[in-house]
Design a protein around this ligand. Structure first.
Ligand code: FES
Ligand code: FES
Length: 172
């Protein structure tokens, strides 16, 4: 981390596996930095740590509200945004496919944060119960869907990722 005389700090971090370098000002949040660099999947829903729309995966800390993280503290960090969920060819992650199939996204403003909270949950628990998914998503506010379809979608994605989804067998 390098600090210059105008209190701009240079932060180097890995974002979705790519090395990035950001000039961040004092008081700037990771959410602001990422959005300023074009990672628009990081949404500003409340700017005060309530809604989960700004979620990222922050190294070993897992899912994290980027509006609460000082950007200057992220030197050397590994960050994943929703843009990192799809594979290198742009193929949707099973979570993304399941959300589409289950009608779990309407206006979609909350969806990047919900997807990353779901991803984090499935990293820790590959077969979550309905109540465990509800718990895992409890920090994410959605004003559209009522959450039921989102919970169904996460469980469907878990089945797909574990290979127990009979409906996907033979579909290639
Ligand atoms: S914008 Fe960060 S929690 Fe709402
Ligand atoms: S889909 Fe609209 S806020 Fe969640």
């Amino acid at each position: 981390m390098i600090q210059d005389s105008t209190s701009t700090t240079v932060v180097r971090a890995s974002v979705n596996g790519e090395d990035e370098q950001f000039a961040v000002s004092s008081g700037e949040t990771l959410m602001e930095t990422l959005r300023g660099a074009g990672y628009y999947g990081v949404k500003n829903g409340c700017d005060e740590g309530v809604c989960g729309a700004c979620n990222v995966i922050l190294g070993d800390e897992g899912v994290t509200r980027s509006c609460l993280v000082p950007a200057a503290s992220c030197d050397g960090a590994e960050v994943m945004t929703v843009e990192g969920l799809a594979d290198d060819d742009g193929g949707l992650h099973p979570l993304q496919s399941a959300f589409l199939e289950h009608g779990a996204a309407q206006c979609s403003y909350c969806i990047p944060g919900v997807l990353l909270a779901s991803y984090d949950l499935l990293q820790r628990n590959d077969e979550p119960t309905e109540s465990e998914v509800a718990d895992g998503l409890s920090g994410n506010i959605c004003r559209c869907t009522g959450y039921v379809q989102q919970i169904e979608a996460v469980q469907a994605a878990a089945d797909r990722l574990s290979g127990s989804d009979a409906s996907s067998e033979g579909s290639g």
